[in-house]
Design a protein around this ligand. Structure first.
Ligand SMILES: [Ca+2]
Length: 203
């Protein structure tokens, strides 16, 4: 009796499921699972590293601002031209602050007027690299996803860093608050990364 085409295909499947073929299929399945786990772990580690780098970046800029404040026994007059607190990264480019912190003659620090002693408060800030952050060609400080970091200085000295935009709750007891839009590159969403402890109760 002739073997039909379908019987032939079934025979092929049975052939593949014979002991040797079955073991090979299990091995292939395990390899796929192991690969998926390794890939998932690697992506998780990378995501953790980028977020850790962002936290370090924000800490570097808040530390530099604190040193600027201490060195000049207050904020340079150039930062106190407007009522309220000085905010960078939204209406004003953060390069206006960065130029002061890196002692660069440029916007925010023309002729070194805001940092006349030309002290470098933010040394070793690298050029921007995706995944690491840094300064772009205009000296804007970008987070690892390429979005300008936002910074508020308590230039009115009321004990709170207040964003004129109202996009953050006033931050107490620090001279500087800095934050990143996080991986989604949108400010005000859950993945934002902040230099301050958001669990701390506000006064
Ligand atoms: Ca304030």
């Amino acid at each position: 009796m002739p073997v039909s085409a379908s019987t032939g295909r079934a025979g092929g499947v049975l052939e593949r499921l014979r002991p040797g073929g079955y073991e090979a299929a299990v091995c292939a399945g395990l390899a796929v699972v192991v690969f998926a786990v390794v890939l998932s772990t690697a992506m998780g580690v990378r995501r953790w590293r980028v977020q850790k780098r962002t936290v370090e970046l924000l800490a570097e800029i808040t530390r530099a601002c604190r040193r600027l404040h201490t060195e000049y026994n207050g904020w340079p007059a150039a930062l106190q031209q407007n009522p309220g607190d000085a905010q960078f990264g939204e209406r004003m480019h953060n390069r206006d602050l960065i130029n002061i912190l890196v002692a660069r003659d440029g916007p925010g620090n023309p002729g070194h007027s805001a940092n006349p002693a030309r002290i470098v408060f933010l040394p070793d800030m690298p050029r921007f690299e995706r995944g690491k952050g840094g300064l772009d060609e205009t000296y804007d400080l970008l987070d690892p996803w390429g979005t300008p970091v936002r910074v508020v200085l308590d230039t009115d000295g009321d004990g709170f860093c207040r964003a004129a935009s109202g996009e953050i709750e006033p931050v107490p007891d620090v001279e500087t608050a800095a934050w990143s839009a996080g991986p989604d590159r949108i400010f005000g969403t859950a993945d934002d990364i902040r230099s301050w402890n958001t669990r701390r109760p506000h006064r």
